[in-house]
Design a protein around this ligand. Structure first.
Ligand code: MRU
Length: 349
């Protein structure tokens, strides 16, 4: 399933191994990394060859498939217990995105089924996880774009597109769908310091799919809203707690505060695989802290004054009360809270 405004696949399973579009190199180069086991897959997630919560989950599922194939061949009588260590390596690759654990747990449950060919079963499941994510994105695109009534500008943060998912995107999927319906006059993409997901990835994706995009510094977002140029802020998520608090790329919280102040609607778009009913509130979501150097340097060139230190949290938590609407593939929730999320998740988990 690919369309005129959906031409990129960052995660591909080819001839029994994993091929990832190296997101560290974009937009200067379109290079691919080939992976053959759990260790190199975990390293690719840790090093951000692949990033974005759903894409991390899909990648981990294929990583576990490759690990299972190896364990099954080497230790046919003991492969399930050997697989646990490999699963743990994958699970520890990044802490915030719950899709990683969701995919690994789903694969591990399947690994414990008694079937004639467990590797064929796991292979089919990894493919299904990938396919279901793309389908969820198209469904969210439909549901989310229906909420946008008047053609206008939209602001987004980080990268939530084909690069961050199985394909099409979460927030960017809604933007793609709304654009196709003539409801987006201009996309404003926060550059998303310090890793530049906005400038390097979102702008690349949108430009490639011929959707008008302008970059801005995060610090310009309030000014943009004050100017009346946007009516929606649309973002994705790495983990949504049971009460509706939303962990997403650092800077999302400021965007939500600014949006509420200026009367700009704040939409979170995430598949149900991002909802973590075992985490009660956002305060319990582990927030990844990355190397100081990402803040102190740009392209390996130090820009900060010598000997200065930096604090580099990769995510923040937007309180549920700042979210106007949560769009999932199972339905839309206005002003999400614990009760509404529990109702949505009944039957999903
Ligand atoms: O550090 P990253 O690039 O993996 O962070 C990604 C984000 O914060 C995205 O907004 C989130 O994963 C949702 S992507 C569909």
């Amino acid at each position: 399933m690919m369309s005129q405004h959906d031409t990129i696949r960052a995660v591909q399973w080819k001839d029994n191994h994993l091929v990832l579009l190296d997101q560290r190199k974009l937009p200067q180069a379109e290079l691919y990394v080939e992976l053959y086991g759990a260790d190199d897959t975990a390293e690719a997630i840790r090093n951000m060859v692949v990033r974005g919560a759903p894409a991390i989950g899909i990648t981990a599922a294929y990583g576990l498939l490759m690990a299972a194939r190896k364990c099954y061949k080497q230790y046919p009588n003991d492969w399930r217990s050997r697989l646990i260590a490999e699963k743990n390596v994958l699970a520890e690759s990044r802490p915030t995105a719950i899709n990683l654990h969701w995919a690994l747990e789903r694969m591990m449950r399947a690994a414990h089924e008694e079937v004639a060919d467990p590797i064929a079963l796991l292979s089919a499941l990894a493919d299904r996880i990938h396919k279901e994510d793309i389908e969820a994105n198209y469904e969210m695109g439909k549901l989310g774009s229906a909420l946008i009534k008047v053609p206008h500008g939209i602001i987004t943060h980080c990268n939530t597109g084909s690069l961050a998912t199985g394909g099409y995107g979460t927030a960017l999927g809604v933007i793609r769908s709304a654009f196709t319906q003539g409801k987006v006059t201009q996309v404003y993409a926060d550059e998303t310091r310090p890793w530049w997901q906005g400038s390097r990835l979102t702008a690349w994706e949108l430009q490639r799919d011929k959707i008008p995009v302008q970059l801005l510094c995060e610090g310009a977002a309030a000014h943009l809203m004050q100017s009346g140029k946007v009516s929606w802020a649309i973002v994705g998520s790495d983990r949504i707690a049971a009460n509706g608090d939303v962990a997403n790329k650092i800077g999302t919280y400021s965007l939500a505060v600014n949006a509420r102040y200026h009367g700009v609607k704040f939409m979170v778009v995430a598949p149900t695989s991002t909802i973590d009913m075992k985490t009660a509130t956002g305060a319990a979501i582990p927030i990844e802290e990355r190397a100081q150097d990402e803040v102190l340097s740009v392209n390996n060139h130090r820009i900060a004054a010598p000997n200065v230190q930096a604090w580099n949290p990769a995510f923040d938590v937007t309180p549920a009360k700042l979210v106007d609407v949560l769009v999932t593939e199972k339905g839309v929730i206005l002003r999400p809270d614990a009760e509404k999320l529990a109702a949505l998740m009944q039957g999903v988990i």
